[in-house]
Design a protein around this ligand. Structure first.
Ligand code: NAD
Length: 311
C-alpha cells in the first residue's frame, strides 16, 4: 500500500512516524513546498525505519511522485500560535488547500483515492477539499474530533481508574471551540456512564462534567502554550484512521465528513463507520436537548466560515 503525506512540519512528521510504525504501508511519499525539509524528513524517517518495519520513504520534488497512492494525508498549512484559535487560520489555510488539492487530483485515481484532512480549521478545510476535489463526500475524511474524543477518554480513564479502551465516549461537532461532549450516550464498557460512576463511587456531577469538557476543549491551547504546537496526538489519530481505512476495519470513529447538499452541506464530526471506501455510514447517538443545540451551533459556525471563503 502506497500513501502520501503533504506537509512535513511538526504534524506531518508525527503522522509519518506513526504511519510507518503501523507496518501497514510499504511506501510513504512525502511532499512539502519546502523541498529541503521534505528530503530531511525522508532521510531521518528512513533511518528510523531500519529499526522496524521495512517501509520505503521518499521525498518528492513534485506531485507526480504520489501517483498510485491509495490515500493522501494533508497536514500542510499554518498552525496556531499561542492565543490563536483554529478559525484564525481560515484564510491562510484555505489558500493552502486551494494550492494542494488540484495537484493531488491531477496525480491520483479519482475513482479510488481517499483524502484525509488534518489542516485546521479542520471542518471547513474538509468542505473545501471536497468541493475542489469533487470526490464523493465519503472519501474526504477529516480527523475531526478523534483527538478531542481521545482527550476525553484519557481524562475519564484516569478519573475512573479504567482503561481508555473501555471508555466509549465521544466529543462531537466542530473540531474547535464549539465542540461538545455527548454525555447522554457515554458508556464505560456497555454501562451508561452515570451508572458506572455510581457503582465505582466517583460522582459525575454537573460541575465535574463542565470541568472535564473545559479541559478537553482547552487541551490544544495548553499543549501549544507548553510545547509550541501539538503533534503526537494528531499523528497517532491520523495513523489510526489510515489503518482503519487500509484494513477495512469498519470501526466507529468521530471523523468529519460532508453531509447534506447545496446550502445545507456541512462537515462536522459524528460517530461514523469507517472502512476501505472511507465513511460507510453515519450513526446518530442519543443526544440531550442541550447537545442537539450544541450540534446545531457547531454546524452554523462551520457553514458561516465556509461561506466566507467561497466567494
Ligand atoms: P508547521 O508550520 O510545523 O508545518 C506546516 C508545513 O506545511 C510546513 O512544512 C510548510 O512548508 C508546509 N506547507 C505550507 N503550505 C504548503 C503548501 N501549499 N504545499 C505544501 N506544503 C505546504 O505546522 P504543523 O504544526 O505541522 O501544523 C500543520 C497543520 O495541522 C496546521 O493547520 C495545524 O493547525 C493542524 N493541526 C491539526 C490538528 C487536528 O487535530 N486536526 C492537530 C494539530 C495541528
Amino acid at each position: 500500500m502506497k500513501i502520501a503525506i503533504i506537509g512535513l512540519g511538526s504534524v506531518g512528521s508525527a503522522v509519518a512516524t506513526a504511519v510507518k510504525n503501523t507496518g501497514f504501508v510499504h511506501e510513504i511519499v512525502l511532499f512539502d513546498r519546502d523541498g529541503v525539509r521534505a528530503r530531511a524528513a525522508a532521510e531521518d524517517l528512513g533511518h528510523a525505519a531500519s529499526f522496524g518495519f521495512d517501509v520505503k520513504i521518499t521525498a518528492a520534488n513534485n506531485y507526480r511522485a504520489i501517483r498510485g497512492a491509495d490515500t493522501v494525508i494533508i497536514a500542510a498549512g499554518a498552525n496556531q500560535k499561542p492565543g490563536e484559535t483554529r478559525m484564525d487560520l481560515l484564510n491562510k489555510n484555505a489558500d493552502v488547500i486551494r494550492d494542494i488539492v488540484p495537484k493531488i487530483m491531477a496525480n491520483t485515481d479519482p475513482k479510488h483515492v481517499k483524502i484525509i484532512v488534518v489542516t485546521n480549521p479542520l471542518d471547513v478545510m474538509v468542505m473545501l477539499t471536497q468541493k475542489i476535489s469533487k470526490l464523493p463526500a465519503a472519501r474526504v475524511i477529516g480527523t475531526g474530533t478523534m483527538l478531542d474524543s481521545a482527550r476525553l477518554r484519557t481524562i475519564l480513564s484516569r478519573q475512573l481508574s479504567v482503561s481508555t479502551q473501555s471508555v466509549n465516549a465521544y466529543v462531537l461537532g466542530e473540531h474547535g471551540d464549539s465542540s461538545f461532549v455527548a454525555w447522554d450516550s457515554a458508556c464505560v464498557g456497555a454501562i451508561a456512564i452515570n451508572d458506572f460512576c455510581r457503582q465505582v463511587k466517583v460522582p459525575l456531577t454537573q460541575t465535574a462534567r463542565n470541568t472535564i469538557e473545559h479541559r478537553v476543549r482547552n487541551a490544544a491551547y495548553e499543549i501549544i502554550r507548553g510545547r509550541g504546537a501539538t503533534w503526537d496526538g494528531i499523528g497517532a489519530a491520523a495513523a489510526d484512521l489510515l489503518r482503519c481505512i487500509i484494513n477495512d476495519e469498519r470501526r466507529i470513529m468521530t471523523v468529519s465528513s460532508v453531509s447534506g447538499t447545496g446550502a445545507n452541506a456541512v462537515a462536522v464530526s459524528m460517530p461514523r463507520i469507517v472502512g476501505r471506501d472511507g465513511v460507510a455510514a453515519t450513526i446518530m447517538p442519543k443526544l440531550s436537548a442541550d447537545e442537539k443545540s450544541a450540534l446545531k451551533k457547531s454546524e452554523k459556525i462551520i457553514r458561516k466560515n465556509y461561506d466566507a471563503i467561497i466567494k
